[in-house]
Design a protein around this ligand. Structure first.
Ligand code: HEC
Length: 163
C-alpha cells in the first residue's frame, strides 16, 4: 500500500519535472529563434555555390513546407510546384517540377541565394543576400535575410528531390 503510494508520488513528480523541463527548453528555442543569426558569406564559382550555407544540412520535408508558405519562401507566387492540393500558383517563373534533374545543386543554391548573379534583371528575390549591402531595407528586414541559412538549405534539399 505504502509502496504503491510512493511509486505514484515518484512518477507524478517525474511527470511534473519533465513538463517543467520541456517548457523551459521550448522557451530557450523561441528565444534563440528571435536572435538575429550571424550572416555566412558564400562564394560563387562558375554560376554555382557549391558549399552549403554555414555548412548546414537541409531537410527536404521542412523545405517543402517553406516553398509553399506565403510568409516564408512564397515561391508559389511565381512558380508551379508538384505538391498535391495546391490549386493557385503564379506562372511568372518556370514550373519547378523536375528542377533536380535539369539543374545542379550548386546552381539551384545560387538561384535561391541571389538570383541576380545569374540574371541581373531578375524579379526573383535574393533570399540570402548580404543584408549589409541592401540599400534602404524595409524596417523589419534590417540586418536580416528573407530566409535563414537553414531555411535556404531546407529549400534546396527539397528542390533536388524534384526529379
Ligand atoms: C517574384 C517572383 C518569384 C518568386 C517569389 C520566386 N521566384 Fe524563382 N524565379 C522567378 C523567375 C522570373 C525565374 C526565371 C529566371 C529569372 O528571371 O531569374 C525564376 C527562376 C527560378 C529557378 C530556376 C528554374 C529553372 O528552371 O531555370 C529556381 C530553381 C527558382 N526560381 C526557385 C525559387 C524558389 C525556391 C523560390 C522560393 C524560395 C522562388 N524561386 C521564388 C521568379 C520568382
Amino acid at each position: 500500500m505504502y509502496q504503491s503510494f510512493f511509486v505514484s508520488l515518484l512518477s507524478s513528480s517525474l511527470i511534473i519535472s519533465s513538463v517543467v523541463f520541456s517548457a523551459t527548453s521550448l522557451a530557450g528555442n523561441i528565444a534563440a529563434a528571435t536572435q538575429p543569426e550571424p550572416y555566412c558569406q558564400w562564394q560563387v564559382d562558375n554560376y554555382a555555390i557549391e558549399k552549403p550555407l554555414c555548412g548546414l544540412v537541409g531537410d527536404p520535408e521542412r523545405g517543402k513546407l517553406i516553398v509553399s508558405d506565403g510568409s516564408k519562401g512564397n515561391c508559389l507566387a511565381c512558380h508551379r510546384l508538384p505538391i498535391d492540393g495546391i490549386a493557385a500558383y503564379g506562372t511568372i517563373g518556370p514550373p519547378l517540377a523536375g528542377v533536380g534533374t535539369r539543374l545542379t545543386e550548386g546552381f539551384i543554391r545560387l538561384r535561391v541565394v541571389d538570383t541576380r548573379n545569374i540574371s541581373p534583371m531578375s524579379i526573383m528575390p535574393g533570399f540570402y543576400r548580404d543584408p549589409s549591402l541592401i540599400n534602404r531595407p524595409r524596417k523589419d528586414y534590417k540586418g536580416k535575410t528573407f530566409l535563414t541559412a537553414q531555411q535556404v538549405e531546407d529549400v534546396i534539399a527539397y528542390l533536388v528531390t524534384l526529379k
